[in-house]
Design a protein around this ligand. Structure first.
Ligand code: NAD
Length: 488
């Protein structure tokens, strides 16, 4: 039985898979219940697939490929625009699902869905700008063209499941690739509803498919099956490493957007108020479950006593609660694992000499008892022996280290296996630029904490990943270069 009587009775979202234009159950008939991290209420029931379903989705994408890659960029653009319109039409419903399954405040969910529609609109136009070259030489003429890679796979995480799906679906489809999406297994509802809305914008069957299930089964099949030619993952560094190893068998093209541990440097001449406000925003947005979260704060000794109280004030001002309530700034963490990791990192820091300036525990009260809530936490006097500075906490923790010089701050900032985003606050823009040149990260922000912009490339250095998303670089990831030589 697919959705059993108990599941049907509950007022829950039912999420099937999308294969070859059809909304289908998994072959095994297995289902899983999705729960609200704010209170454990069941909010959805989802078909759970296995490698057979993944295989069927890849075959459907393969069948749809020849016609899709032959279609004009204008037509693909029209269908992507129409998908974006559909997404916006259903934005309230998709945003509500997102809040129910991952816990983030409803206003943030709504922003995420709108951003995802903008990504589709952007690539609807960018697809027309896949140009080639005509090269003349002594013995011949050459045409250099860029062609879609083939069947592409998108594997996405739970923290921004809708937006990050659009980062892959938009450029892949615009480039002429067909795609299989595997949403995060514990939060597949909103990403599936988004993909359905895109499909119902008029895509031919098989161009966009969605399969649900565990990464180790469904994700693994999508990576290893010879049909897929391109894998785009956003997820943990360890998952990226696994995919890289297994995709190596057939030398598949990869885009890997992985973990981060972003440094935030406060220079002596910084606008301290603005730095503290921005720091609080970027450390605690989405309860710190963000790959570009501020993870390590290096503040110049001489301004630390001005900066720190302002950061603490910003942390304490945040309203923590169920994301469905309109005044809430920060929802629960996504899972028990996230909560445990956050607690462990704080305990490790305290044991090694850090001081908790605020937070450091779950909020008190009946409304918090069943959820994975945790207060925004500021730690002072941390050092690089602590896990908060070495690993990705993915929780609402802002650890501060006081530094004697900005040279010292930069060398600590670079002392990380990650290199996704870095932030520096200074009023001397030239100094900021020189510092940006020395920081090892895919995005460096001077006096802002917004590295993500539709028009600019986003991606990581070192163990934060490979390849770039967004901008014209995002579409390059789905194109192969072909040289056509004409002999004279
Ligand atoms: P995760 O790696 O556990 O899961 C991501 C996706 O990979 C899920 O869909 C999962 O089912 C799938 N997966 C897991 N094992 C797999 C396997 N063996 N083969 C194929 N697929 C597999 O990550 P998560 O916990 O969902 O997300 C949090 C992580 O994502 C954090 O590390 C965060 O930094 C990272 N992230 C990075 C970016 C970025 O742009 N760099 C953005 C958001 C999140």
């Amino acid at each position: 039985m697919y959705f059993d009587a108990m599941e049907m009775e509950m007022d829950m979202h039912r999420s099937r898979m999308l294969i070859d234009g059809q909304s289908v159950h998994s072959l095994s008939g297995q289902t899983a219940i999705i729960r609200n991290p704010a209170n454990q209420d069941p909010v959805g029931v989802v078909s759970v697939g296995d490698s057979r379903d993944a295989g069927l989705a890849l075959e459907a994408a393969q069948r749809a490929l020849p016609a899709w890659k032959e279609s004009s960029p204008e037509m693909r653009g029209r269908l992507l625009h129409s998908g974006a319109e559909n997404v916006l039409r259903r934005a309230d419903e998709i945003a509500r699902m997102l809040t129910l399954e991952v816990g983030k405040p409803l206003k943030d969910s709504r922003r995420e869905v709108e951003a995802a529609a903008r990504v589709l609109d952007y690539y609807a136009e960018e697809g027309r700008r896949v140009f080639g070259q005509w090269i003349q030489s002594e013995k011949g003429r050459s045409l250099v063209v860029r062609e879609p890679i083939g069947v592409a796979v998108a594997i996405t995480p739970w923290n921004y499941p809708v937006d990050l799906t659009s980062w892959k679906v938009g450029p892949a489809l615009a480039a002429g690739c067909t795609m299989v999406v595997k949403p995060p297994s514990k939060a597949p509802l909103a990403a599936t509803a988004f993909s359905l809305a895109v499909h119902e914008g008029g895509l031919p069957p098989g161009v966009l498919n969605v399969v649900h299930g565990p990464g180790s089964v469904v994700g693994a099949e999508l990576v290893e099956n010879p049909i897929s030619r391109k894998i785009s993952l956003t997820g943990e560094t360890e998952t990226g490493r696994w995919i890289m190893e297994h995709a190596a068998t057939r030398i598949k093209r990869l885009s890997l957007e992985l973990g981060g541990s972003a440094p935030f440097i406060v220079c002596p001449d910084a606008d301290i108020e603005s730095a503290a406000l921005s720091c609080a925003r970027r450390a605690f947005a989405n309860a710190g479950q963000l790959c570009i979260s501020v993870n390590r704060i290096y503040v110049a000794e001489e301004v630390a006593d001005r900066f720190i109280p302002l950061l603490v004030r910003g942390a304490k001002a945040l309203v923590v609660g169920d994301g469905q309530k309109p005044d809430v700034d920060m929802g629960p963490l996504f899972s028990q694992d996230q909560l445990e990791r956050t607690k462990e990192h704080i305990a490790d820091a305290v044991l090694k000499g850090a001081e908790i300036l605020c937070g450091g525990r779950p909020p008190e009260g009946e409304e918090y008892e069943l959820g994975y809530f945790f207060l925004p936490t500021v730690l002072d006097h941390v050092d690089h022996s602590m896990r908060v500075m070495q690993e990705e906490t993915f929780g609402p923790v802002a650890p501060i280290m006081r530094v004697a010089s900005i040279d010292e701050a930069i060398s600590f900032a670079n002392d990380s296996r990650y290199g996704l985003a870095a932030y520096i606050y200074t009023q001397d823009l030239l100094f900021g630029l020189r510092a940006a040149e020395r920081l090892e990260a895919g995005s460096v922000c001077v006096n802002t904490v917004s590295p993500v912009d539709l028009h600019t490339p986003f991606g990581g250095w070192k163990e934060s990943g490979l390849g770039r998303e967004l901008s014209s670089s995002g579409i390059d990831e789905y194109l192969e270069v072909k040289h056509i030589r004409l002999g004279l």
